[in-house]
Design a binder for this molecule. Sequence first.
Ligand SMILES: [Zn+2]
Length: 406
Amino acid sequence: MKKSKTFLRATLVMTLVCGGCGPAPEGTEGDTLSSTSGRAVTFEEFRGTVHQDSRGRYIYDGDMVAHDLTELRQAWERMYPQTGALTVNQYNAALDAIWRNGEQLNLTYCVSNAFGGNKQAVVNAMSTAGAAWGAKALINFVYVPAQDANCTSANGSVFFNVSPISGGSAPATAFYPGTLRPQRTLDLDASVFNLQGWATLAGILTHELGHTLGFRHEFLQSGMCYAGTEPGGWRGVTPYDAGSIMNYPYPECGGFNSTGPSTTDHEGATQLYGSRVWVNASAPTGCGQILGGKGLDRGQTLWSCDGRFYLNHSPFGILQLAKYAPGPGGATVQTLWTSGTSGQPGYGTYMQPDGNLVIYSGLGRVIWHSGTYGNPGSGLALQNDGNLVIYSPQGQVLWTSGTWGH
Ligand SMILES: [Zn+2]
């Protein structure tokens, strides 16, 4: 137990403080703010805090990777913006460095076959870690096993790869939003397969996936442990949380949680990426109706009570109503109505408590709606005659697909 912890602690000290692996930073941040480079830390100072691993890669900010000096310079430019400049990867209230163009809904990854006998453990832990972040926030980590045989940073068929690294300078390294494909690699050192007691592989991967979503170390907010050695350029999305998975679970860091996202981690992720509450957790459980507060996630289906019609939020984001008829030569499906939103894939369809039926994008933007807001207590009915109807609590028809008579 102590051994693993000591190993991790030692490597963290090495990568974060990195005594002896480069020139010491000169002066304090306050001194260098007025330096001629216009940045809080010069590139040379930054480089002096960076460790180079056995592959020649530069490990900065604890467990972030740059493959060459060009990438390292790009990382420095992002982390220490020029005074007054606005950079896409700047961590501040003006522009958070997060995935914001839909990538967060399809964060595909492979798990390298090179893990050998440890591969299944990585697959399982990645599943646990990805599902943990996606439980409350609109984030989807998607495993693509078909790419496992070619699971390297050169594989453009997945968003990132999970690969083993020998002699890694840290148990695990990850990447931040805004990085390009070659940098999007989550590397695991063999030490993560010998964890005893104090941490789990799923916990470590949850922490690393937190980085891939843009989260910095929580101890930056408390100022404990290595906070003074990490670059600036961050904001607290939620108040300091000692139990955050983004904290280090050591007494000197003030952290204790090494298993999964805390309640405030979920709150923070939801604030940045939107909430999933209105989709999966609220899918209809019966037939023929969706009451206020419930909805359909992508791929989910509501059937009419006679089983002849279904309303489906397709994987392509379109809401569609169809007539289903099984037959000796196979079932026939006749599309009766669609939301007509094929160019704008929706993430889910929600029957709001205010009576409005709404298709939302992954970031909560309204793509389509029935215009029936202002009618609290209304519900959506998929009738046995093939008609889709929104009824007020008094039974008044507020909206219909116009597909009755089947
Ligand atoms: Zn970390």
